[in-house]
Design a protein around this ligand. Structure first.
Ligand code: GUN
Length: 283
């Protein structure tokens, strides 16, 4: 029987810490700007949750809504304005962006010191060089979750399923920085099942419900489920819970595992961006 890794409890604690740090800025609280371009209903929901989290933690949120037919130039103009707005400490451009807008061009336009997602090439480079930087929220939350439960990646084989810029690649970099031996697998990887069975720590971020079966997991492995796919209105993870739970030593459930940590880390990163900017008058 696996120990369930509760992201909910940890997220509450991370938010409480962010709230306390935010309050210390008095009448110059941290400010997070969210750019929402397009009308993707899931993105709308995520942005609503992020703004609610700001409100409950004493962080000012600014919403920049843009229509689905927005041009890349228009998005870049909004980002340039937010870069020079001294009341904005942190900028998040919600993905996915409407077709025709390059997420990498947009990420590169954000001031690296306001890059709360850690997607700017300077922060990505620093992460891979093992330097201090703003870290992408979901994998940073997973590292906190591992640490919270006393799971040490050092010397262990970590297999990361998925190579996205948001989760897979930064997750691999963070596990590597923690001295794990890391393999990144993806849709073209041969014999995924055998590779997964060789993992001491398996992180799945592919969005294929039930992909990870019990037979894919080594006895006693740590399994982190980052997939959240809505099937008939209910969230489903990449891991087939009922088969994997008896085999794994630790397992993050869906919902209630990794999910709540993303927003908590966003709050924490926003406070960090604010702290890096000092008093407003000196900006
Ligand atoms: N869309 C899904 N996850 C994320 C995230 O972590 N950051 C941004 N900006 N967009 C997302």
């Amino acid at each position: 029987m696996a120990i369930l890794l509760s992201g909910r409890d940890l997220a509450r604690r991370i938010e409480a810490e962010a709230k306390e740090r935010a309050a210390a800025f008095g009448d110059e609280p941290p400010g997070l700007a969210v750019v929402l371009a397009g009308d993707d209903p899931a993105s709308r929901g995520y942005v609503r949750s992020k703004r609610k989290a700001c409100a409950r933690n004493g962080i000012e949120s600014h919403l920049v809504e843009m229509p689905p037919d927005s041009t890349q130039q228009a998005v870049l103009a909004e980002i340039a304005a937010l870069n020079s707005d001294t009341s904005v400490d942190a900028i998040l451009c919600q993905l996915p962006l409407p077709s025709g807008i390059s997420p990498s061009v947009v990420a590169s336009a954000v001031d690296p010191s306001k890059d709360v997602d850690g997607f700017h090439p300077m922060n990505v480079g620093r992460l891979w060089r093992g330097e201090d930087c703003l870290l992408p929220c979901t994998p940073a939350g997973i590292m906190r979750l591992l640490s919270e439960y006393g799971i040490k990646p050092e010397g262990r084989h970590a297999v990361v399923l998925g190579r996205s810029t948001i989760v897979g690649k930064p997750m691999a970099a963070m596990l590597l920085a923690a001295n794990a031996t890391v393999t990144v697998a993806h849709s073209r990887t041969a014999d995924l099942q055998s590779l997964c069975r060789s993992a001491d720590i398996l992180v799945s971020a592919v969005g294929v419900p039930g992909l990870i079966r019990g037979s894919w997991v080594r006895e006693g492995a740590v399994v982190i489920d980052v997939g959240t796919t809505y099937v008939d209105g209910s969230p489903r993870g990449d891991v087939l819970f009922e088969e994997v739970e008896p085999v794994a030593s630790h397992l993050s459930p869906v919902p209630g595992g990794v999910g709540p940590l993303t927003i908590a880390m966003l709050m924490s990163n926003t406070v960090r961006c604010r702290a890096g900017r000092g008093a407003r008058g000196s900006a």
